[in-house]
Structures are given as C-alpha cells and as structure tokens.
Design a protein around this ligand. Structure first.
Ligand SMILES: Cc1cc2nc3c(=O)[nH]c(=O)nc-3n(C[C@H](O)[C@H](O)[C@H](O)COP(=O)(O)OP(=O)(O)OC[C@H]3O[C@@H](n4cnc5c(N)ncnc54)[C@H](O)[C@@H]3O)c2cc1C
Length: 375
C-alpha cells in the first residue's frame, strides 16, 4: 500500500500552496464585504493563478474533466485557508466539467478555453425552493431552432458574479442544461444572500423569465440522470474536501489555544479532558481526509465504488466537521465564542457545509441502495 503522492502531485500541491500563502485571513475576510465587480475580478485572478499552478484542472473531454474533479483533492490547501474561496473556485470547475462531459465539440471549443485559464467564473443552478420544485420546476420549451427557459434557482454559489450559469431544467420530461449569461434578457439575480456562515461565497437566487437559449447553448435533453448525478457527485466531493480542510485548520486552532492558554496554573493542554478532545478531533479529521482521498482516487480511476465512496466521504466529513468545530469551541471557550474568532466562524461554516450539496439523509438512502446493488 502506498499513501504518498507522486512527484507530479507533490509539485502541484506545492505550487498551489505558493498561490494560497499570500491569502491571509484578513485579506480573505475582505471578500465578504467587497463590491461584486471587485470580487469578480479578485476571484478570476485567484483562479488564473491556480490554473497556472495546475490546481484548477478543467478537462476538455469527459475523462479529463472527471479526472480534474478528482484532483480537487489537491486544492485542500485552499480549503484550509478559506472554505468559502475553495467552494467558489470549485463551482467554476463544476460548471466547466458539465460542459466538458456533456457538451459537444463546438460548445467545448467555444466555452472551455477561458474557463481552463481561470479567466471566467461559472455557476450551476440545480436547487429550487421546495414549493417551486414541487409545483413548477424550471423548464425549457422549444421555439423553432432555439429554446425558452423559465424558472428559479436558489442558493447558487457564484450567482451574482458568474459569467456563465448552467441551469438544470426539464425539457419534455427529460433533464436538460441551459447555459446562460447574466446579461441575457430575462436573467436576474437577487442581491448577494446574507448567510449564517460561509460568508466569503457570493450566493444568490437566480430567476429566468422566458430566456432565449440558442441550440448550441443547450446540453441534452438526456435520457438518463447521468448529468445530474455527475454534478451532484462532483459537488459532494468538493464539499467533503472543504470539510476536511476546515477540520484540519480547526484542530490546529484548538491545539494552539490549548498550548498557550493557562488555567489553574497550567496550560490547558495538560488536562486530560482537553487532550482527549484533541485526540478525537485529530482522529476524525484524519479519517475524513483518508476517506475523501480514497473517494477522489476511486473517481479518478473510474471505479464503480466511486459513487458510494463519495457519498460516504461527504456524510462523514460534514457531520464530523460540525463535531470537530463544536469541540474546538469547547476548548477555546470564551476566546472561541467571541464573534469573528476562527472557531466561531468554523462552527458556522461547518453547519453550512452540512446543508450544502446532497442532503445527508438522501445520501444515506443512496448509500444503502449502493449496498443492496453492489456490496
Ligand atoms: C453554502 C451553500 C451553497 C450552495 N450552492 C449551491 C449551488 O451552487 N447550486 C445549487 O443548485 N444549490 C446550491 N445549494 C443548495 C443545496 O445544494 C441544497 O439543495 C439546499 O441547501 C437544500 O435546501 P432546502 O431548504 O431546499 O432543503 P430541502 O431539500 O427542502 O430539505 C429540507 C430537509 O428535509 C430533508 N430531506 C429532503 N429530502 C429528503 C428525503 N428525500 N429524505 C429524507 N429527508 C429529506 C433534508 O435533509 C433537510 O433536513 C447550496 C447550499 C448551501 C448551503
């Protein structure tokens, strides 16, 4: 068994770390209040640097796109610096992955090049508000050689700053994906959503009112749920990597505090109860990391185990990120509970990760289906 990275992977990880190094906590926090045009420029510039470093891999065909998604594991160092920034960058990669996997050659040639260089920002709209998803999901109708898209998508990562949005919609009973730009007639975005955590992400709700979609901007219609599953698994893997980065950083923050904070004449690190918590936090963080790496490896190897492993990794990582953040707050106590402290933010971010992507209840049911089918 070999748990080490190849020379190529080590090189990529070092180059990503060099891009991430100047991104201090203070700088990253400015993204939360930044005017959207400035944020858009900043995100594009970080994406460009990551693309040059080999940390933002946009494939030009299905195989390399899936490989690129699996390689998101190397971007873990970015997740460690900022979960929000990591998910922002991954949303662009997931948009690009959909085009690479499900678009035709001319669409790929037209759209992928600037994305691969990190210059444009992508978003994917799948989720709808409960009632809307039940009564009137986003839909596309044919109009001559073109299509018309109507509907709403909620909680779209990069919604207010995206150059391209991939919108899942129904077309004559099948899934289809419309690629639309923010300036197209009929496309509108809510203001940037104010959230409990993950405040560095620009999220909004998007509305589509009879938006004209040319034939070469429509993917599908698909006879199966392959595109939807591809996206959900990619997004869930990204969320698992994000949770691992958050846990690693949280263990570090709690351990630093425990080494230096004194109570009753000793550093609290000397207390067995604190040591036990730190030991459990590290165990959970390392286990999540191993499982997520294995899931990413299975995806890159196109193993039939990948589906179940990604779901297991996502459920394990997000649930334990919450647990680890809770224990870190217990250790850092008053200092951690102050608004703006790393642990206070990690606690709120961890909850956001647990809610994003496929719901853990739905993931567990899907894992059970995989067990029935394959194990
Ligand atoms: C930070 C963040 C970023 C996001 N980014 C995007 C994005 O870029 N694009 C996008 O399309 N969406 C995005 N989302 C939306 C996300 O993927 C979820 O769809 C959304 O958060 C679910 O919210 P909801 O209120 O619709 O929950 P619901 O799906 O209505 O769920 C409500 C509750 O019911 C449970 N539940 C739902 N279905 C079942 C079931 N079948 N069995 C058992 N229990 C069930 C859920 O677990 C939950 O407890 C994002 C969300 C977050 C938090």
């Amino acid at each position: 068994m070999n748990f080490s990275w190849t020379d190529h992977e080590t090189g990529v990880r070092e180059r990503i770390a060099a891009v991430v190094k100047p991104l201090s906590d203070e700088l990253i926090r400015t993204f939360e209040q930044m005017p959207l045009p400035d944020l858009k420029r900043t995100v594009a510039s970080i994406q460009e640097s990551l693309a040059e470093a080999g940390g933002f891999v946009v494939g030009s065909d299905p195989e390399s796109a899936t490989q690129g998604i699996a390689e998101s594991i190397h971007l873990g160092v970015l997740a460690r610096a900022s979960v929000s920034l990591f998910l922002t960058v991954r949303a662009t990669a997931e948009f690009a992955g959909l085009v690479a996997c499900f678009g035709d050659a001319s669409m790929r040639a037209k759209i992928l090049d600037p994305l691969a260089k990190g210059r444009t920002i992508g978003a994917v709209g799948l989720s709808e508000l409960g009632e809307e998803a039940e009564i009137g999901p986003a839909h596309v109708t044919r109009e001559g050689d073109s299509y018309r898209l109507t509907g709403r998508k909620c909680f779209v990562t990069n919604g207010p700053i995206a150059d391209w949005v991939a919108v899942f919609a129904h077309l004559e009973g099948h899934d289809a994906i419309c690629l639309v730009g923010p300036d197209q007639q009929g496309v509108s975005s809510s203001a940037r959503s104010e959230l409990m955590g993950l405040n560095g992400i620009a999220i909004s709700d998007l509305a589509f009112d009879e938006v004209l979609v040319p034939r070469d901007h429509l993917l599908g219609p698909f006879d199966s749920t392959a595109a939807r599953s591809w996206y959900q698994l990619s997004a869930d893997l990204s969320i698992a990597v994000a949770a691992c980065g958050l846990m690693e950083r949280t263990v570090h923050a709690a351990s630093e505090h425990a080494r230096h904070h004194r109570r009753g004449g000793k550093e609290i690190f000397a207390r067995q109860e604190v040591r036990f918590k730190l030991a459990e936090m590290l165990t959970l963080s390392q286990t999540a990391d191993l499982l997520t790496s294995r899931a990413a490896w299975a995806r890159a190897a196109q193993s039939p185990d990948a589906r179940a492993l990604i779901r297991c990794a996502k459920v394990f990582a997000v649930e334990n990120a919450e647990k680890v953040a809770g224990m870190a707050l217990q250790i850092t106590a008053g200092a951690g509970y102050r608004k703006g402290s790393f642990c206070e933010r990690a606690y709120r971010d961890a909850k956001g990760l647990a809610l994003a992507g496929t719901a853990v209840e739905v993931s567990r049911m899907a894992i059970a289906d995989e067990i029935l089918e394959r194990y």
